[in-house]
Design a protein. Sequence first.
Length: 140
Amino acid sequence: MRSIKFRGKAVMSIEELDEMEFEHERGWVFGNLIQNGDNPWIVGDFIEINSDYVAHEFWVKVEPETVGQYTGLKDKYGTDIYEGDVGFDEHNECYGVVLYDEGSFIYSWEDVVEELSEVIDDVEIIGNIYDHSDDLAESE
């Protein structure tokens, strides 16, 4: 069974994340997703739970549009692949985006849409659509 995990860009700054000693990668946090209305939070595993309360290792509010689910797959270099990732396909020499559509993860580049699992051996993840939108604009 694949690991169900999410990532999102923290609402707080990198300096605040560091000050509070939250683990992150350039402001991105990884873990479980809790949604409270339109407010998503990435939270760590349970450290204590009883009938009165639940305590997580951490919880960080994230920007809703940046939340992406882990696909259960890794790129050709072993990097975890998330929804919203940007990859470079060396076989087709172009950039593409990992999307979730109709119950499956797909890889979309130019006017082509393929199952992610079918092209993953040729793809290197270089970032995501939020941090690398310029690469996508250049490839169109």
